[in-house]
Design a protein around this ligand. Structure first.
Ligand code: F6R
Length: 605
């Protein structure tokens, strides 16, 4: 949440700042701002709304300055407005911030010399730093002293008119990366803003402060002690962060799933030898065989991926208990973890604040943690004991799609490896391995064959304001995910239910204002699913069925997917739902890549 950029070097800073903010816009798009520092002092430009609004203003005021910082905001304290937009100023200093200063009210009460103009917690931090900043105390020392008093989370970048050759950046709880270029140093909240500028980066850890100058980067901790920096290579290419001819990132990310899923499976699933090998688990076969309980945590789509994955884990491993909990809930519950537990931590961004907080609590209790993460080098990826990168590539659209498919597949691979380590159910693992290997092709087929039909059907349902999704067994988490995808990009109120629960309340909702999405698998539960469908039809429902069955089904509309998959067919059905939600949102004229009120990478609670 919130994108931060900064750069210092010999080139015009504004070019990088605006370009970087466009790349990070998915982290928030309520307002944007930049400040550059030059011979004539500071040039501060801020705009409400998207980075394009800011860019239009900077085009009228092109700056030649070679140092600057910028920000794209997802509002927490204070409405989206120019006055609340970052950078915030106090005296000579300018500050951009991602996170929440929890004790800002107490700090504000003490800062009597500053005339506050915004409603933000960030301005309080700017004023606090400024209160320490004088002839004796340089910028980095002022930042250090201020941060010692702060309770909360932050990724910050600070510049000053009095120190025009320095950016001070610091992190605690909100990600920050320092890019090390040939003659340029960059600051960014994620690697997307560095691609094409440098491949060398320092991932700041909590409690670290970076002093960036034209000569390089110096790191120190909060007690001003120097620390050594580890420079890592970022592995991402330009293509991955471009639309490549698609109308939207969302459509691109849905359609590239055959390829991104192949990357998830590559080198890990071996059909010939009937084996799965996940290199990064850091658990011996013996340690794996001792696992008795798996706790799965994540938020939103990652949580639903965990829920679907749990159905597969229980099919694969007999003597295993599993629970799946939304990280935002788990962190405040008095939960107990049985002995021999392993926690699976699911996150696309690897930065989600609730998931990270759970990870730290679980680790504190001495329980082994494994990450199922997409963003390489992210905080969660670095803090887990082991795990799996899903290698789905950058997910730019705010709604998560390809990550879900890869996360479910990664959990399934983990289940297979666990089952094999425990020496059980060879036959079952064979079925799973075969289906996993086929999955990319099956997804490709369904996109090719069904995309135009789905687009047509979506138009028919786009005028509704309410939707009910339902499915049984493995299709229950898929129904939850389908409803989430629809609501976040189309703004249609959509709820997912276990089909068997409909009669216990939700069926009361069925009327002409609703449409329903019934997910049906051609398996031992087919007749039961049909009964639920009949009950909804009988009450005048407007049902769209998505199924892999060729049998007779009565419904207003049916999308039949032609797949040879059995166990993993729900993953293919989910791709249909992704396309359906996309086309509904397009038909409603929405901004599908940056839906209102949302931001990717939820780094605040
Ligand atoms: C839904 C969506 C969110 C994320 C959730 C977790 O489309 O994008 O629900 O899934 O915020 O994010 P990560 O996976 O980055 O931890």
């Amino acid at each position: 949440m919130c994108g931060i950029v900064g750069c210092i070097g010999n080139e015009k800073a504004l070019n990088y700042l605006i370009g970087g903010l466009h790349r990070l816009e998915y982290r928030g798009y309520d307002s944007a701002g930049v400040v550059t520092i030059g011979k004539k002092g500071a040039t501060l430009i801020r705009a409400k709304g998207k980075v394009a609004e800011l860019e239009a203003l900077t085009d009228k005021k092109p700056s030649l300055d070679t140092i600057g910082i910028g920000h794209t905001r997802w509002a927490t304290h204070g409405e989206p407005s120019v006055i609340n937009a970052h950078p915030h100023q106090a005296g000579d200093i300018y500050l951009v911030h991602n996170g929440i200063i929890e004790n800002y009210k107490e700090l504000k009460a003490e800062l009597k010399n500053h005339k506050f103009v915004s409603q933000t917690d960030t301005e309080v931090l700017a004023a606090l730093i400024n209160s320490f900043y004088d002839a004796k105390t340089g910028l980095v020392d002022a930042v250090t002293q201020a941060l010692q008093l702060v309770v909360g989370t932050y990724g910050i970048a600070v510049v000053s008119v009095r120190n025009p050759d320095e950016i001070v950046a610091a992190r605690s709880g909100s990600p920050l990366i320092i890019g090390v270029g040939d003659n340029e140093i960059y600051v960014a909240s994620d690697a997307a803003a560095l691609i094409g500028y440098t491949t060398q980066a320092i991932y700041l850890n909590d409690g670290e402060i970076a002093v960036c100058s034209r000569d390089g980067v110096q790191l120190r901790d909060l007690s001003a002690q120097p620390i050594s920096a580890k420079v890592e290579t970022i592995d991402a290419d330009m293509q991955a962060i471009q639309k490549q001819g698609y109308d939207h990132f969302l459509l691109k990310e849905i359609c590239e799933q055959p390829r991104t899923l192949s990357s998830t499976l590559s080198g890990r699933v071996n059909v010939k030898e009937n084996l799965v090998r996940l290199g990064g688990l850091n658990l011996s076969i013996e340690e794996l065989s001792e696992i008795e309980h798996v706790t799965i945590i994540g938020c939103g789509t990652a949580y639903y991926a965990g829920l679907l994955g749990s159905y597969y884990l229980e099919q694969l491993v007999d003597d295993l208990t599993i629970d799946v909990v939304a990280a935002s809930e788990l962190r405040y519950r008095s939960f107990h973890l049985p002995k021999n537990t392993v926690a699976l931590v699911i996150s696309q961004s690897g930065e989600t604040a609730d998931t990270l907080a759970c990870l730290r609590e679980i680790k504190r209790r001495g329980v082994k943690t494994l990450g199922i993460i997409n963003a390489v080098g992210s905080t969660i990826a670095r803090e887990v004991d082991g795990g799996v990168y899903v290698h789905a590539g950058p997910e730019i659209s705010v709604a998560s799609t390809k990550a879900f498919t890869s996360q479910v597949s990664a959990i399934t691979m983990f289940g297979i490896q666990l089952a094999q380590a425990k020496g059980m159910g060879k036959q079952d693992t064979t079925r799973f391995i075969k289906e996993l290997a086929q999955l990319p092709n099956e997804i490709e087929l369904v996109i090719k064959k069904q995309q135009s039909k789905i687009a047509k059907i979506a138009k028919k349902y786009a005028h509704y304001d309410h939707a009910l999704y339902f499915g049984r067994d493995t299709l229950y988490p898929v129904a939850l995910e389908g409803a989430l995808k629809l609501k976040e990009i189309s703004y249609i109120q959509a709820e997912g239910y276990a089909a068997g629960e409909l009669k216990h309340g939700p069926i009361a909702l069925v009327d002409d204002k609703f449409f329903e999405v019934a997910l049906i698998l051609d398996n031992w539960l087919f007749d039961k699913s049909l009964s639920t469908l009949c009950e909804v039809n009988a009450r005048g429902g407007h049902v769209l069925v998505i199924t892999n069955s060729k049998k007779a089904i009565e419904a207003e509309e049916i999308i039949r997917i032609d797949t040879s998959l059995d166990i993993l067919a729900p993953v293919v059905i989910n791709v249909v739902q992704q396309l359906f939600a996309y086309y509904v949102a397009v038909a409603r004229g929405n901004d599908v890549d940056q839906p209102r009120n949302l931001a990717k990478s939820v780094t605040v609670e």
